[in-house]
Write a new protein. Structure first.
Length: 197
């Protein structure tokens, strides 16, 4: 992945004071107004991290780069839809990236890319999370590990990773505080990794 100037993306700073001074919400507002310099500022600031996340999700650099590029196109087009009263701008940006990566996963026919998650790509938004777990007949190890999770935690994982719900949307849908939803996801992923490991 390359910067706007053609140089490879390299993260040159650790999170710190510089990040606190960078107002993502204001920069998104400027993007919504057509300010290309604002989009470039977000790109320069976030692209390396976004590429890392996309690589973890997609496991192939070319697809990860595609997801980041698609995400920036969506950020440019949809910046006006960002509502700072509903959440942080950085969270919104990474939700856009996650959704683009999930769309790529769903559209990718290679089974080695999605491993055990392929059956889940067939889910519709109306499917109950418990019904989806039952559909995982061909993904025995994942199904077995999901079955070991408590019901609410299993539902949280399915809603987040199949339906693409953000932590905030997940908390609202399940009627729990945001911190609880985040904790369920984090702990459940650790449990799944250990079980599948």
């Amino acid at each position: 992945m390359f910067s706007w100037s053609g140089e490879p993306i390299v993260q040159t700073h650790a999170l710190g004071q510089d990040d606190i001074a960078f107002d993502v919400n204001e920069t998104l507002r400027r993007c919504a107004g057509g300010d290309r310099a604002a989009l470039r500022a977000i790109y320069d600031r976030e692209a390396a991290r976004m590429l890392g996340i996309a690589m973890r999700l997609l496991r192939r650099r070319a697809l990860a780069e595609e997801a980041v590029q698609d995400a920036f196109v969506q950020i440019w087009r949809k910046a006006a839809s960002f509502d700072p009263t509903r959440g942080d701008g950085r969270t919104w940006i990474y939700a856009v990236l996650r959704n683009r990566a999930l769309n790529i996963l769903r559209g990718e026919s290679r089974t080695d890319l999605v491993d055990d998650f392929e059956p889940m790509a067939l889910a519709s938004e109306d499917d109950d999370p418990e019904v989806l777990v039952g559909k995982l007949s061909d993904a025995g190890a994942l199904k077995r590990c999901l079955g070991r999770l408590e019901t609410d935690r299993r539902q949280a994982i399915v809603l987040a990773y199949v339906h693409g719900l953000s932590h905030g949307e997940l908390a609202g849908r399940m009627g729990v505080p945001l911190g609880t939803a985040k904790s369920w996801i984090r702990r459940s992923l650790v449990t799944l990794r250990e079980c599948l490991g």
